[in-house]
Design a protein around this ligand. Structure first.
Ligand SMILES: [Zn+2]
Length: 189
């Protein structure tokens, strides 16, 4: 089910549309530090893991830079495509990590091979979910909304199960949910 999703261009178009909305919101909000006007300072990424060809616009990470001299702070809005600095698409990081739980080993091997993720990367992602994600201020706040509590050692599978729908719908819901941790702000200098 997920494998067909990875080769569906409409899925990536939907993710891009969400990212454009998030970027528009960030642009109209202006600079978080000085309320100044922000300019586009998008950058190019080379995300891995797509199962089909898409246009170059899909590789653009939306980002903004404050136009005010002396501030110039950069802000990168949340994204449903890019998870921080991870090279693989957020979708892949979620799906492959999820395959660790409740899915048979051959099935997981199939997906990781199709996507081209090596075992060490998968291990690193598992650790990221278990340690970095659970320790994040975002999750410390957000987890309170789930009752019964989400089993943290079964992330992200234990989390995606909490969203309604199935397949793509649940995945999109999860990506939207974790979007706040995907962006960031940094001073240009
Ligand atoms: Zn500013």
């Amino acid at each position: 089910m997920y494998q067909s999703l990875l080769s569906d261009a409409r899925f990536y178009t939907l993710l891009l549309a969400f990212d454009r909305d998030l970027a528009d919101a960030a642009r109209s909000a202006g600079c978080a530090l000085c309320s100044g006007v922000v300019h586009s300072a998008h950058y190019w990424r080379k995300p891995r893991g797509r199962g089909c060809a898409v246009g170059p616009e899909h590789d653009q990470r939306f980002s903004f830079c404050c136009a005010v001299d002396g501030c110039r702070s950069r802000a990168t809005p949340p994204s449903l495509r890019f998870l921080g600095r991870k090279v693989y698409l957020a979708t892949i990081v979620v799906l492959v990590s999820m395959m660790q739980h409740g899915v048979t080993e051959p099935r997981m091997r199939q997906l990781t091979e199709a996507v081209g993720v090596d075992r060490r990367t998968v291990m690193r992602w598992r650790l990221w979910w278990r340690e970095d994600f659970t320790a994040s201020a975002f999750w410390q706040m957000a987890r309170a909304a789930f009752m019964p509590p989400v089993e943290q050692n079964r992330l992200p599978a234990a989390l995606i199960e909490r969203f309604r729908g199935e397949g793509a719908e649940q995945l999109m819901a999860l990506l939207r949910f974790i979007a706040p941790i995907t962006g960031g702000m940094a001073h240009a200098r």
